[in-house]
Design a protein around this ligand. Structure first.
Ligand code: PXL
Length: 277
């Protein structure tokens, strides 16, 4: 069985980061090891939240992993809460040259705005992590801040291809821009592989609602599926379909939550799609 190390916070309530990554990666049939960067009561979109930083624990934990000879088949990074954590992840990934896959989701914002606590300087530092990425998974907001360019409210396919190339120039081998809508009523991801200069676009139904945590659902699914042996394109396609199924389940709930999605009800579909791999 493959083993993924995922580095991100644990928001106790919020259906994001580790509370999403653990069950989804497990459902793909891959071991999910964790390096929690912080403990929050709730994610930062709630009206209030606590934040306990765990940066001091990170090196002792990974040093112990190294002493024990633990190896990871992939490292997947998500929400990182401070410059010190970005420095740590940069050094850690530099030391993991034998890790077959590094997936970086530069979680910082959405809809043209950064999440609470993030700045342009943070995005500049996040951009320097991209050199480690076998797959970088930004949305258009994160892409704009990392490239120091205006947020694209509207765009053509050519704009997306140009943005993907600029992101690959930051050093990422492959980039998938998320939340890309080129046709009305459809949304998905646009992928660029710099190793063979190929593009791939996949979109599924676009629902009018907006949900928190869908980026983490998508990234966890893609990482797990890739580790199960799917190629990048099929893993991204499954990520789009699984995220849509999670949103649909949320909308069907008579008592819907407004802070995340009901990915739990879509897990059988994920397992089914991976069963013959
Ligand atoms: O879903 C991304 C995310 C992860 N972790 C924390 C967050 C957010 C988005 O707001 O606040 C703590």
């Amino acid at each position: 069985m493959k083993r993924i190390l995922t580095i991100q916070d644990i928001s106790c309530v919020g259906k994001c980061s580790l509370t999403v990554a653990l069950p989804i990666i497990s459902a793909t049939g891959v071991e999910a090891a964790v390096l929690p960067t912080a403990v929050l009561s709730t994610h930062t979109a709630f009206p209030k939240f606590t934040f306990h930083d765990l940066t001091g624990e990170l090196s002792p934990i990974t040093d112990t992993f190294a002493e024990l000879g633990l190896h990871f088949d992939a490292v997947y990074t998500g929400y990182l809460g401070s410059f010190e954590q970005l420095d740590f992840v940069d050094n850690f990934l530099s030391s993991q040259k034998n890790t077959p896959a590094v997936i970086i989701d530069p979680v910082m914002g959405d809809h043209g705005r950064l999440y609470a606590g993030f700045t342009q300087a943070f995005a500049d530092r996040m951009a320097t992590l991209c050199k480690h990425a076998d797959l970088l998974l930004p949305n258009l907001t994160e892409a704009a801040f990392m490239l120091k360019e205006p947020y694209l409210e509207t765009y053509t396919e050519e704009d997306i291809r140009t943005t993907l190339k600029k992101l690959a120039d930051l050093g990422a081998k492959r980039v998938a821009l998320t939340g890309i809508s080129l046709e009305q009523d459809k949304v998905g991801c646009y992928f660029y592989d710099s190793t063979d200069q190929s593009y791939f676009y996949y979109a599924n139904q676009k629902l009018p609602s907006v949900h928190h945590g869908t980026g983490d659902v998508f990234a966890s699914c893609v990482t797990g599926a890739r580790m199960r042996g799917m190629n990048w394109q099929d893993a991204l396609k499954l990520g789009v379909d699984f995220t849509l199924a999670s949103i649909k389940a949320t909308l069907k709930d008579p008592n819907p939550i407004d802070y995340g999605v009901n990915f739990e009800e879509a897990l059988p579909m994920l397992i089914e799609r991976l069963k013959d791999i």
